[in-house]
Write a protein that binds this ligand. Structure first.
Ligand code: BTN
Length: 246
């Protein structure tokens, strides 16, 4: 799949711009890329700090021809690719906090916001929004303790084009495997290797029935397997609940 880059210096949100392009028929592989966002969005209604500068704000349109796939599976394919891409350039271990966050030196380096348009019978397109803190060194007081950037973690300025190229090289491989197997079986092992929660205690924030257990890794459809104290294993689906380290 070729990536077709559409660039603007500043947009409200690359996810919104990508959605507009997708509605106008943009093909799978179209990437909305900007240097700043005036209304960058995170999950659960949060803002995504998006100052002008050397960070990456981008959203990829995908239209996979796989019956019954879940958009959250593409979040995992992209998350693994960002982890592998950054690690290949900087030689630093970038870990996944299932399902959407990437962690470096114990702090958040990247967030992924996946959105989609679907009818009752099929998904029309998926937009994967990726925000990577590359060269910013200052965060708001709210994020100062929990966020970091590639520059802060590596100790030097980082070329964002090099990071993007490495991320999309990895994505191309991982996405082709996903299209071939029509699930995550081909990348599950690699994903579990970089899963920060693996074999650690997590709390599953199920609104009806929250519980704690040990995260054992993802299965081939991307659910997180959580072993409860009584040794039964729950399958946690990313769209339904989130988890927190304990
Ligand atoms: C999160 O961790 O809450 C997800 C953050 C996603 C941020 C990216 S930046 C590019 C794209 N455009 C947006 O408005 N959000 C995503």
């Amino acid at each position: 799949m070729d990536i077709k880059i559409c660039y603007r210096k500043e947009v409200d949100s690359t996810n919104d711009w990508a959605r507009q392009m997708a509605e106008e028929g943009a093909c799978s592989g179209t990437l909305a890329l900007a240097d700043a966002q005036t209304n960058g969005r995170g999950r659960r209604g949060h803002d995504w700090e998006s100052p002008m500068g050397d960070n990456i704000y981008m959203s990829l349109i995908l239209r996979p021809e796989i019956p019954g796939f879940k958009a959250s599976q593409l979040t995992l394919v992209m998350g693994l690719s960002v982890s592998q891409g950054i690690s290949s350039v900087l030689g630093l271990p970038v870990m996944m906090k299932w399902p959407n966050d990437l962690i470096l030196s114990g702090k958040k380096i990247c967030g992924i916001l996946t959105e989609m348009s679907a009818s009752r019978t099929k998904i029309n397109y998926v937009i994967i929004g990726i925000g990577i803190n590359v060269n910013n060194c200052v965060f708001s007081a709210e994020l100062a303790d929990t966020a970091t950037s590639l520059k802060l973690a590596s100790g030097h300025a980082v070329d964002k084009r090099e990071i993007m190229n490495a991320v999309f090289d990895a994505f191309e491989k991982n996405y082709n495997i996903f299209l071939k197997t029509e699930d995550l079986s081909g990348i599950q092992e690699e994903y579990n290797k970089v899963l920060v929660n693996r074999d650690r205690e997590v709390r599953v924030l199920d609104p009806v029935n929250p519980y704690e257990g040990i995260a054992r890794g993802i299965n081939k459809i991307g659910e997180l397997l959580v072993e409860k104290p009584d040794k039964t294993v729950e399958k946690v689906y990313a769209g339904e609940v989130s988890i927190r380290g304990v």
